[in-house]
Design a binder for this molecule. Structure first.
Ligand SMILES: [Zn+2]
Ligand SMILES: [Zn+2]
Ligand SMILES: [Zn+2]
Ligand SMILES: [Zn+2]
Length: 433
């Protein structure tokens, strides 16, 4: 019964976007329904895991990791919130479209600017009713200066209320909720959310627009900063026009809805929008020489892109610890275009590119809400910056990895967006601020 519901809920289009939790037995459950090749690969993975179940921490534990790759969305409609997307760049698809993060939590802890949307991962835990839908969101300040400061603050205990420029939010909903049908999307053009969302900032399209332009009383903003930017970039004249041309109430309402639901916004500095497609990682046996290249061909699109990534990686090779770097690189090389590595297996650990700047167990705080342990859930790789077109300058945004730790119990806490924990490893950990 449970399985049927799951099947029914996840339409064909959605299945490829979904990143499902890997449960304690190491069954992934999502990719089974895909093509046969992947199924075989997964079974091999499971056998390995069974043998390695009792291993202690120091040894290489193999749990199935789901990799995330970016693709241009075929139809950006499918990245709207009622399709429960995993996506990077653009604006977030808020799962709970009403109870959005507070003004304080949406700002960079250093410069005070509203944070920019990096990516979101749809990662339901379908065994639990409360997490029938579950999405994790990552935001960050686009300033490298702030990220360097963040790197220092992240070592502080949470009780000291460290400032962060990278923030993670978890949102979850039961199957029966005010915002969406309890039935899966039909993908026939008729899908709609069942409730309207909160109006969003008309500059960034990202955060709740809880401030109004005092002249036209129509334009909404998340912050004074975005109001100023919008004013300078043209709202100054639009604002007067909209006051003089008395539009009817019905038209105003229509526009408001449009703003909330189709993410029309003015700013042009958001990162480009991509769909995140997932695939289970194929870990090759290092002792075997694989020369048919069948695994690689799934992801290595051309020599040119491989070279581009190689040069991207070479940039990081400045640390003394070549060993950590080499094993990271070797693992990533199986699928060099991966931007995300996901595993909710309790044994899963991030793949650290560098040995310096890794957190110890004590550096990972407890859950803000239930006080329970956080566990590693996914990590973001620097390839994402390549897709975002971030330049390779000294001042440009740059990281080695961002690892996300979430409440193991995925607790409820009674608020829409719960802050989880990100650990940032920079490619030059010794850099001073
Ligand atoms: Zn900042
Ligand atoms: Zn804004
Ligand atoms: Zn105005
Ligand atoms: Zn918790």
């Amino acid at each position: 019964m449970e399985a049927e519901v799951e099947e029914a809920r996840v339409g064909d289009g959605l299945r490829s976007l979904r990143i499902d939790p890997v449960d304690a037995e190491g069954e992934s459950g999502v990719m089974d329904a895909g093509n046969g090749d992947e199924g075989e690969e997964e079974e091999e993975g499971e056998e390995e895991e069974d043998e390695e179940d009792e291993e202690d921490e120091d040894e290489d534990e193999e749990s199935v990791t789901t990799l995330g790759f970016l693709e241009d969305p075929e139809n950006s409609e499918t990245l709207l919130r009622h399709f429960f997307p995993s996506k990077a760049g653009g604006v977030p698809a808020w799962l709970d479209p009403v109870n959005l993060p507070s003004e304080q939590s949406r700002k960079c802890g250093f410069c005070g600017e509203p944070l920019q949307f990096l990516l979101q991962v749809y990662a339901p835990i379908s065994e639990e009713e409360a997490t029938f839908h579950r999405t994790l969101y990552v935001f960050m300040c686009s300033s490298m200066k702030c990220l360097l400061q963040d790197q220092h603050e992240q070592w502080k205990r949470r009780v000291d209320n460290p400032s962060r420029s990278v923030k993670v939010f978890r949102c979850q909903l039961p199957r029966s909720n005010p915002f969406y049908s309890s039935e899966p999307p039909l993908y026939d053009g008729s899908d709609k959310p069942s409730g309207a969302g909160a109006p969003l900032c008309c500059w960034c399209g990202t955060w709740k627009g809880d401030k109004l332009c005092s002249s036209c009383r129509r334009a909404r903003y998340c912050s004074e900063r975005h109001q100023t930017l919008h004013w300078r970039s043209g709202h100054k004249s639009d604002c007067r026009q909209s006051i003089s041309s008395q539009t009817s109430d019905s038209m105003l309402n229509c526009k408001k809805e449009e703003l909330a639901e189709t993410h029309k916004f003015a700013c042009r500095t958001l990162w480009p929008e991509y769909e995140i497609i997932n695939e289970d990682e194929c870990v090759q046996d290092e002792k075997m020489t694989v020369d048919n290249g069948s695994n690689l061909s799934l992801v290595a699109k051309s020599d040119d892109t491989s070279k581009a990534f190689q040069s991207w990686f070479d940039k990081f090779e400045v640390n003394d610890d070549k060993k950590s770097w080499a094993s990271f690189q070797e693992r990533i090389a199986n699928a060099p275009e991966q931007v995300l590595r996901y595993s909710r297996d309790v044994r899963a650990k991030p793949l650290w590119p560098l040995s310096a700047g890794r957190p110890s167990k004590a550096d990972i705080p407890k859950c803000n809400y239930c006080g329970g342990p956080l566990c590693y859930e996914f990590q973001i790789l620097p390839q994402l910056l390549y897709y975002f077109g971030v330049k390779n300058d000294p001042d440009s945004l740059d990281w080695a990895t961002i690892s996300v730790f979430t409440c193991m119990a995925s607790c409820e806490a009674g608020i829409g967006y719960k802050e989880e924990f990100a650990w940032v490893q920079l490619s030059t950990p010794s850099a001073s601020i």
